[in-house]
Design a protein around this ligand. Sequence first.
Ligand SMILES: Cc1cc2nc3c(=O)[nH]c(=O)nc-3n(C[C@H](O)[C@H](O)[C@H](O)COP(=O)(O)OP(=O)(O)OC[C@H]3O[C@@H](n4cnc5c(N)ncnc54)[C@H](O)[C@@H]3O)c2cc1C
Length: 620
Amino acid sequence: MNNKSFAEVAMELSGKSKEEAQSIGKIDTADDQVEDLFDERHRTVHSPVYRAVWDRNFPIKDFTSKFNFSRKHRDITDKCLEVLRTHKEKGSLYNIENGKLSNSLLNDLKKAGYFGLLVPLPNKELISFSEFADFLSEVASIDPHVAGLASVHGCIGAVDPIKTFGTQEQKDKYLPPLASGELLSAFALTEPCAGSDMTALRTTARLDGDHYVVNGEKLFITNALEGRLISLVCLIDDQPQVLIAQLPSMQDNSFKIKKYGLHALKRLHNNGLIFKNFKVPKENLIQLPHGNGLTIAYHGLNLGRVALCANASGCMNAMLWSMIPWAKFRTTYGQEIGNRELVQDRVARLSGYILSTNALTSWCSSLLDLGYRGELECIIAKTFGSECEKESAIELCMKTHGGRSFLHGHLIGDNIHEFLAPLIYEGEGDMLNMAFFKTLVKDHGVKYFEPIGKFLSKKQRKKPAASDFLLHPTLFVPYATWVTRNMVLPAPRVDISHLPSKLIPHAEFAIKNLQKSRLQISQLMRTYQLKLADRQCRMSILSRNLQHLITILVTVGYTSSNYDQITSSIADVACENLKNKVLGCHPSDDQIRKSVKLGQELSNQQWGDRTDIQTILMRY
Ligand SMILES: Cc1cc2nc3c(=O)[nH]c(=O)nc-3n(C[C@H](O)[C@H](O)[C@H](O)COP(=O)(O)OP(=O)(O)OC[C@H]3O[C@@H](n4cnc5c(N)ncnc54)[C@H](O)[C@@H]3O)c2cc1C
């Protein structure tokens, strides 16, 4: 019993099958092992989100000062953007024969240093992740696929496992070709039978002399192509591990690529991989002192989740640029649609989403740069970024462009699957909402509920008897003290007087509700006890609300660090929109008026020229 995680014990007590309890236990253990990789002060229980919920002293500085706006490597990033713009103008972004990113584009990006941005090499100054993420958003506003390629290569592909966990030999061998782009990389985790459930992996590797012999099938692997370098998650002695595998330049009996039609990521290569006695040199195993392949997978995913949020922001930026000129051009019932309330409100809401995703990208990437694990924070970036991207594409941009959205050559029609797929990859949003909640409650559960659970399990009972409270006070008094303290003592005052006055009420709302949430969470744990894991809808709702509250605060913090009048008005509207979501209510007349006025102001600004986006199709 002792080496089982609390999650596993709780699942067993709640009557789940041994198989399900063990699977959850494996995930929980891998999660603990990732925590062990970080300094104590950077672990989840010291993270800004965790402390915002559980600490009585609200960590306001963690929300208002953790933004890094320095851009030291503009020489390289500007060169990459130039390459991208030139290819877009010339119409040479994609190969004519298969529609994938063109070889000439990839070659020019290699020369400009695009693939080496996150790869450490001797005598090379590394770009910070904050700078990379900000740059990625600019790339995405020109082409989301090119941004996606860099994020798979540098964040979830082979770069992160090798640079973080690799041996010196592995680094010497693989980092230079990964940096130059000679080797592009991929991350091969999911399988036909294992997507959301990472414990269902079936691909195996068996040591035979100097090689591991791999058998199994991977599905949905972005960037997987002959000759590329993949981080391959497979079972070795029943434990998930990561092998760095270079795919042969030609398919043969031991390695085959499985092709299928896929709507999303249509400019990249996304394939299945089939291995039959495929050999990987034994020195290509990534070994960890503690932990296993899931530990490595979790590590890279956080970078990928922030990159996804940056990509979403860039895509929404392109949507906004497409909407403004169109709304000025299109006239119905004798008026430009841009003069209508509905359209002005959409412009304001979209600007709010862009601001909040920029804020989350900047905040999370700075936290990762500072050495935080960032588990809770990066989940927010991923779920918020992907939800906003979906809503902006469908509710705001598509509706504003009307029927033309579906024409070939239109931003929405051409990319709709690109704008939806982020909801699923790097973890489906609702699954992540539950993971967020479970991570947030884990320590509280272990501290106050685990001793009671273990006591009940020994007594083979599901609920405490009245006499237990008297006979075993040490089990119940700590929790009763915690509840009383949090109910009775007033929360310490949080000084937010330095924030812009327009945004102070939003910060107050978020802080007050975050501080209240620990009692709500604990109440939920008391109410559902061992059945809580099955109350998925309830967990998901509370989780989403907490994430919105954090997003409000990060938006306020980001805006105050980067203040100007119009950004502050956008932040105001963005926070009101989020507040309504938390409260589950419609906007008031005042809020609508404010949003419409902002949309009008934004539409009347000088927007410069973005000739790379086709904004008006079928002119008349
Ligand atoms: C475009 C694209 C690119 C991708 N790139 C990569 C890549 O590069 N590398 C890689 O390894 N993978 C990649 N993937 C795979 C991706 O990570 C998985 O699709 C994702 O994790 C979901 O897994 P699944 O599709 O098997 O969903 P499933 O596991 O089939 O789940 C389907 C749905 O069921 C629900 N569900 C599942 N389990 C539960 C539960 N316990 N409780 C409640 N609801 C549940 C969820 O809503 C879930 O979305 C990619 C996928 C796509 C679409």
